[in-house]
Design a protein. Structure first.
Length: 299
């Protein structure tokens, strides 16, 4: 066999790590690949999650060349992952403290994929019963059924395993230090991923995970660990923004406003209900987007 199909499971400097769809009778199923120059010239970046065609397989050195990339079914902008079928937004109940603005930025980024979004509340062991159900209820108001987990006590871990085992490609993303790598270790102890303590007054994470990597959790089911970061950008498309808030999205079908391009601020004939927690955040996000999309005045 000199050519085959596979999926990019990691990037390292200029190399792509590709796992083949079919384990070859002889030789390794994981190959370190370069790209055909034709691919680089077309400026087509290849990312983790991309389905690729590999050629010139050298089974002894476990090397090959990526010669083609299949069209993507979805795209997560940050962390960059292709063909995502579920985005798990991991947020800690504490350490680091729950931050609604930051949480929303992660959720909006996740919603832009068009794939289902599941909110994971990590470190459930750090919060009392009452405060916990208050937080879960608050998130229901945002349109999310949060799954509370703890890598320390094991709470919620089997429910998460069931979800992941039936998902082709799930991505765990969220701020640094919320326990993304810890939960994958709890699910798959053989991974032995590096974890880092949170520190400082703000109990921030230390950016322990440095690269996106896919791991296999069941046949046909993979999950990505990703590097945490603290403040995702807001989407720049104003007209799309409302659809990224589930609690607003449900109000927009059928369209309740007089004007097709209503942004639900002060327009006449706007038919949405403004009585939801994140409405203020939606307004702020619109303002920020508008500032971003205004053409620069230089020259
Ligand atoms: N109390 C408690 N601590 C946890 C839990 N899960 C993880 N931690 C701790 O949180 C810290 C950060 O965990 P990591 O798994 O490295 O966090 P991460 O989200 O992967 O962080 P980055 O890789 O930097 O993005 C470690 O000290 C863990 O021991 C949990 O369920 N409960
Ligand atoms: Mg990590
Ligand atoms: Zn409106």
């Amino acid at each position: 066999m000199t050519e085959a199909a596979g999926i990019v499971v990691a990037l390292q400097a200029n190399y792509l790590e590709v796992e083949l769809d079919q384990t070859p009778e002889q030789g390794p199923s994981r190959l370190l690949c370069t790209r055909r120059t034709r691919l680089s010239h077309r400026g087509k970046a290849v990312h983790v999650g991309d389905r690729v065609h590999v050629e010139a397989i050298d089974p002894v050195q476990a090397r090959a060349v990526v010669s083609g990339v299949a069209p993507r079914s979805s795209w997560l902008t940050r962390p960059q992952v292709a063909n995502v079928s579920l985005v798990l937004v991991a947020l800690a109940v504490d350490q680091p403290a729950f931050d609604p603005d930051q949480a929303s930025r992660f959720l909006l980024t996740a919603e832009r994929t068009g794939s289902p979004v599941q909110l994971l509340l990590t470190k459930g062991d750090l919060l009392g019963e009452e405060q916990r159900s208050a937080l879960v209820q608050r998130l229901q108001g945002w349109g999310y059924e949060a799954l509370v987990i703890s890598s320390q006590t094991g709470e919620g871990i089997e429910a998460l395993r069931q979800l992941l085992q039936t998902t082709e490609l799930a991505v765990v993303c969220g701020p640094s230090g919320v326990g993304k790598s810890s939960v994958l270790n709890r699910l798959m102890p053989h991974l032995a991923l590096r974890v880092g303590a949170v520190s400082g007054r703000l109990q921030r994470g230390r950016h322990t995970t440095r690269h996106v990597e896919l791991f296999s959790i069941a046949p046909g089911a993979r999950v990505a660990d990703t590097p945490g970061f603290n403040r995702p950008e807001l989407p720049a498309d104003l007209s799309e923004l409302g659809l990224l808030f589930p609690e607003l999205r449900t109000q927009l079908d059928p369209w309740p406003c007089r004007f097709r391009d209503c942004l639900h601020l002060q327009e006449p004939g706007c038919g949405i209900n403004r009585d939801w927690e994140r409405f203020a955040l939606y307004q702020d996000a619109l303002m920020e987007c508008a500032d971003l999309s205004r053409p620069s005045r230089a020259g």
